[in-house]
Design a binder for this molecule. Structure first.
Ligand SMILES: *[C@@H]1O[C@H](CO)[C@@H](O)[C@H](O)[C@H]1NC(C)=O
Ligand SMILES: *[C@@H]1O[C@H](CO)[C@@H](O)[C@H](O)[C@H]1NC(C)=O
Ligand SMILES: *[C@@H]1O[C@H](CO)[C@@H](O)[C@H](O)[C@H]1NC(C)=O
Length: 271
């Protein structure tokens, strides 16, 4: 009955475990547009689903990975979709005193919200919600550095904004600079990856809170011959929002963060 929860929960917008929508910032008009788009879509779905006997089945393996205009390589035949998450966090960059040099990427951190059921049953709602995600405060979400569970304890897990999407894990870079995804909180495994391919975000991808362009879409793979916990092998970053640095280091501090949101799709070995 996940669908019914999804449809009913928007009424509980002010519940304490939900992250707050930032309507005070410069992005308020965008946030309100995204929010009303979300509620309009929900209302339309409530009308449509009233005539159905049962909600559609949440089978994430049947979800369809979004494709970019310049498509990324497809997932390996031996894998199947295991988990889909909306990620909300920051891309980190460093700068030197050289004002004409480009900022250098220095990792990222994000909280991951379980969107697996949504990806399987309501892909249009998933798209709208991942765009809306940029308008939610990433803090005070606990960005656990090594284990997702450590940051959240046994209490109710935070949810993404007006949705019923619960935290399913965290994304961070290891001390060795390896992108890492920890989904143990959702019993969905964990995996360290390296970039296999990237593709620019579509031209109409939503910009970030300060008007930053969307970071590229990526295919990330577990290193050759390795498999993550739970059989995870591939991660796609798609439907990105914001996260890009300014073109040059002019006026930028030595380290800085740019807020972003994205969908992360996790593929694991077929069983
Ligand atoms: C500053 O960065 C630019 C662009 O990368 C480069 O061409 C130039 O040589 C750099 N200047 C110094 C002093 O490193
Ligand atoms: C990125 O920035 C965040 C926020 O300042 C910080 O917690 C995190 O450790 C940084 N990650 C990396 C890989 O630099
Ligand atoms: C990306 O992965 C494919 C296998 O799926 C491999 O053939 C290709 O060489 C990889 N490319 C890079 C740049 O790692």
């Amino acid at each position: 009955m996940r669908l019914l929860t999804l449809l009913v929960l928007p009424l509980a917008l002010a519940a304490p475990t939900h992250q707050s929508l930032d309507l005070s910032a410069d992005n308020a008009p965008d946030a309100i547009d995204h929010l009303s788009e979300y509620f309009n879509l929900l209302a339309e779905k409530v009308r449509r689903y009233k005539v159905l006997d049962a909600p559609p089945e949440c089978d994430v393996s049947k979800a369809v990975l979004p494709t970019s205009p310049d498509p990324l390589p497809v997932p390996d035949d031996s894998t199947v979709i295991r988990h889909v998450a909306i990620g909300r966090g920051t891309q980190n960059y460093t700068c030197t005193a050289n004002a004409t040099a480009a900022p250098v990427p220095a990792g990222a951190v994000a909280t991951l919200f379980d969107a697996s059921c949504l990806a399987a049953t309501q892909p249009d709602l998933l798209t709208v919600l991942s765009h809306l995600a940029i308008s939610y405060h990433p803090s005070p979400l606990p960005f656990a550095s090594s284990s997702a569970n450590a940051g959240f304890g046994d209490g109710p897990r935070p949810r993404l904004g007006p949705s019923d999407l619960e935290v399913s894990g965290v994304h961070y870079f290891t001390a060795e600079g390896m992108p890492f995804f920890d989904l143990e909180l959702a019993d969905a495994g964990s995996v360290g990856v390296a970039k296999n391919a990237s593709s620019p975000a579509p031209g109409d991808a939503p910009v970030g809170l300060g008007g930053e362009k969307a970071v590229g879409w990526l295919r990330l793979l577990a290193p050759e011959g390795k498999t993550g916990k739970g059989g995870l092998e591939e991660v796609y970053r798609v439907d990105t929002v914001g996260g890009s640095p300014p073109a040059t280091c002019n006026g930028m501090p030595e380290t800085f963060q740019v807020e972003y949101a994205a969908q992360y799709w996790f593929m694991g070995k077929k069983e």
